[in-house]
Ligand binder design. Sequence first.
Ligand code: GAR
Length: 197
Amino acid sequence: MLRITVLVSGGGTNLQAIIDSIESGRIQGAQIGCIISSNPNAYALERAKKHRIRARVISKNEYPDMAARTEALLATLKQEETDLIVLAGYMSVLQPKLVQAYQGRIINIHPSLIPKFCGAGFYGKKVHQAVLDAGETESGATVHYVDEGVDTGEIIVQKKVPVLEGDTADTLAARVLEEEHQLLTQAINTVIEKMNH
Ligand code: GAR
């Protein structure tokens, strides 16, 4: 059994998608050992509790120093015997030390068609507003490996989603999010297969 640690910051619908996929057998050979939230008020923590998954908060408030925060993350990841880290709506950038320690074993979901609308400053609702402001007719979601850059790692899967007339950042976000849930399961299966070979 591969052990996944999921890093979250917010609502956790992508976390829920992973939980559901594991429970229904759409993801096999893996389990969520633990979730780590950067935000003590994240609804994702409630989701973990409901499914009896261990949860930890490692926040900027608790660890204002970035190096200390990285050490806390590394200690938990190690303690949890993490094989794969999934960033599912995690709104912090991982430091190079952590990325190097888990090279090729960290994936991130991003709500745009990378290389468009990604990188520093593009997260959550801001991504969708930027897509609308640019007058794009399509957007989408991407799951990629995490390297030392921001949203620059190798792409695993990508899915297009149309932008519709009258879309707001909220309506577009909701349409993309629905696809993200499928895409993340698909990507995790791809990665599990690769790790098992
Ligand atoms: C998702 O749309 C995810 O792609 C995005 O935040 C949302 C989290 O939703 N992530 C980023 O913008 C990372 N740069 P969730 O908490 O319901 O999974």
